[in-house]
Design a protein around this ligand. Structure first.
Ligand code: TRP
Length: 447
C-alpha cells in the first residue's frame, strides 16, 4: 500500500510544530514557571530542551523516517522478530492516556470560548468571581462533559480527512495565526505600568532557587511540550521526505516551541505583576487569571474570544497528533479503513476522558494512590510513561540499530557534511549520556 505523504515541506513542519505547541505551552508552561521560581525554572528548562530533548528528538526522527512506518511497524521493520515490537505497541497505546485527559482541558477551552462569546469578561468582574466560576465549572457534571465530547469529536472529524486534507491544511493556516495572536497580547501586556517586574521575574534567574524539584518539573515539561517519548514525533517523522535535514528540522521545531512558551509567559506574567495578582497561579492560571486581564484590556472582549479560540486550535493540533499515532497503527497494521480506525480510538479515549472529567466533581472521592483520576493519569504519563518511552527509544537507536544506519539516516546517506560532523557528538550522547540521564530521572521519580 502506498503511504500518504505530506504535500509540502512547510506542511509537515507546521504539523510537527502544531503537535508540539499546545496546552503545554499556553496553559502548563506559564503556571510551571510561576510555581517554580520564574527565571530559574526557565533556565533549567532551556538546558533540558537543548541537552536532553534534542538527542531524543533525533532518535524519534531517525526511527520514524528510516522505517516510513507507524510506531508499531517501525520497530518491527527495523528489528524484525525481536521483543522491540512491544515497545512499538507501548508507543501506540500510551498516547491514549494523554489524549483522554487532554481532551478534557480542550473541552474547558471550548466552554471558555463560549463564555467569552456570550457574556464576555466585563470590566466589573472580580478575581474572586472568576475563581468561583472556574471551580464551579470544572466540578459540575454536564458542561465539562459536553466540552470534552465536542473536542474529541472535532479532532476525530479532522482526522477522517487524512494527513493531507485534514492535518496539513489545518496546521498551515492556524499555527502562524496563533503566533501572531499571542505575540500581540504579549506586546500589550508589556505596555502596562508595573509590567517590568514581571519581566525581571521571567528573565533574571535566582540560581539559589534551582533544586531537584525544579529540575524534575522542567524536564517533565520539556518532554511534554516537545511531544517526546510517545511515538508522536516518530509517527509524523515517518511522513517526512528523505531529502529533509533531520538536525535542522528538529531544531527548528524545538526552537519554535520554546519561543512560543516564552511568548505565552510574556503575555501572562507581566500582567499578573502589574495587576498585583497571585504569582503562584497554579493550573487555573489560564482560566482564572487571564479572563481578569482581558476584562481590563481595551477591546478585551474581542481579545478573550481570539485567545480562547487560539488556545483551542493549539490544543486541537496537539490532540490530532496524539490521535494519529493510534490511527496510523490500525490502518497500516490491521488494514482498517481510516474511518473505522478513528471510531475505535474514539470509543477508547472518550470513556476514559469522561472519568477524568467527572473526577473533578461527582467522582472526586474515587482516588488512585491518593490522586483523583485526572491527576493520576497526568502523573502517570508525565512522570513515568513519557520518560520510559524516551529511554527505550534512545536505547533502541544507540544500541540496537547499526551505527552505519543511524549515520546514514542522520546525514542523508553521508551527503550532509555538517550533520556528519555533528554526528560525532550526537552518537555518544545517544548511547551513553541520554540513557543515563533519563534513567536517573526515571528512578528519582519513582522514589
Ligand atoms: N506537546 C503537546 C503540548 O504541549 C502535547 C502533546 C502532543 C504530547 N503529543 C504528545 C505530549 C505526545 C506527550 C507526548 O500541549
Amino acid at each position: 500500500m502506498k503511504r500518504e505523504n505530506f504535500g509540502s515541506r512547510f506542511g509537515v513542519l507546521m504539523a510537527m510544530v502544531g503537535s508540539a505547541v499546545g496546552l503545554g505551552n499556553m496553559w502548563r508552561f506559564p503556571y510551571m514557571v510561576s510555581e517554580h521560581g520564574g527565571a530559574a525554572f526557565i533556565l533549567v528548562y532551556i538546558l533540558c530542551v537543548f541537552c536532553l530533548c534534542m538527542p531524543i528528538f533525533f532518535a524519534e526522527f531517525i526511527v520514524g523516517r528510516r522505517s516510513q512506518s507507524n510506531a508499531f511497524g517501525a520497530f518491527q521493520k527495523l528489528a524484525p522478530g525481536t521483543g522491540w515490537k512491544w515497545v512499538g505497541l507501548f508507543a501506540v497505546v500510551a498516547p491514549l492516556t494523554i489524549l483522554s485527559y487532554y481532551s478534557v482541558i480542550g473541552g474547558w477551552s471550548i466552554q471558555y470560548l463560549f463564555k467569552a462569546c456570550t457574556f464576555g469578561f466585563t470590566e466589573r468582574i472580580t478575581q474572586e468571581y472568576l475563581d468561583t466560576m472556574f471551580a464551579g465549572f470544572i466540578s459540575s457534571t454536564w458542561a465539562p462533559l459536553l466540552g470534552h465530547t465536542l473536542f474529541l469529536l472535532t479532532t476525530a472529524l479532522i482526522l477522517v480527512g487524512g494527513v493531507k486534507g485534514g492535518i496539513e491544511r489545518f496546521g498551515k493556516v492556524m499555527m502562524p495565526l496563533l503566533y501572531l495572536l499571542v505575540l500581540s497580547i504579549a506586546v500589550w501586556t508589556a505596555t502596562l505600568p508595573g509590567a517590568s517586574e514581571g519581566f525581571t521575574f521571567l528573565f533574571k534567574p535566582d540560581l539559589s532557587k534551582i533544586d531537584a524539584s525544579v529540575c524534575a518539573a522542567a524536564l517533565g515539561q520539556s518532554f511534554f511540550s516537545l511531544s517526546l517519548g510517545y511515538g508522536t514525533m516518530l509517527t509524523y517523522a515517518s511522513y517526512v521526505s528523505k531529502k529533509e535535514n533531520i538536525a535542522t528540522s528538529s531544531t527548528t521545531i524545538a526552537v519554535s516551541d520554546l519561543i512560543f512558551s516564552l511568548i505565552a509567559s510574556c503575555a501572562i506574567m507581566p500582567a499578573v505583576f502589574a495587576f498585583g495578582l497571585n504569582t503562584q497561579g497554579g493550573p487555573g492560571l489560564v482560566f482564572e487569571t487571564l479572563p481578569y486581564i482581558f476584562s481590563k484590556m481595551p477591546l478585551g472582549g474581542l481579545v478573550a474570544i481570539l485567545f480562547f479560540l487560539a488556545l483551542l486550535v493549539a490544543a486541537l493540533t496537539s490532540a490530532i497528533s496524539l490521535y494519529e499515532v493510534g490511527v496510523a497503527y490500525l490502518v497500516e497494521e490491521k488494514n482498517m479503513s481510516r474511518k473505522k480506525a478513528v471510531a475505535i480510538i474514539f470509543s477508547v479515549a472518550w470513556p476514559i476522558g469522561v472519568i477524568c472529567s467527572l473526577s473533578f466533581g461527582p467522582l472526586s472521592d474515587m482516588k488512585i494512590l491518593g490522586n483523583i483520576f485526572f491527576d493520576f493519569l497526568d502523573k502517570l504519563s508525565a512522570n513515568y510513561l513519557m520518560t520510559l518511552g524516551s529511554l527505550l527509544i534512545v536505547i533502541f537507536v544507540g544500541w540496537k540499530m547499526k551505527r552505519q544506519d543511524v549515520f546514514d539516516e542522520f546525514t542523508n546517506g553521508g551527503t550532509l557534511t555538517g550533520n556528519a560532523r555533528l554526528f560525532r557528538l550526537v552518537w555518544p550522547v545517544l548511547r551513553f549520556v541520554a540513557p543515563l540521564a533519563i534513567l536517573i530521572i526515571f528512578i528519582s521519580n519513582l522514589l
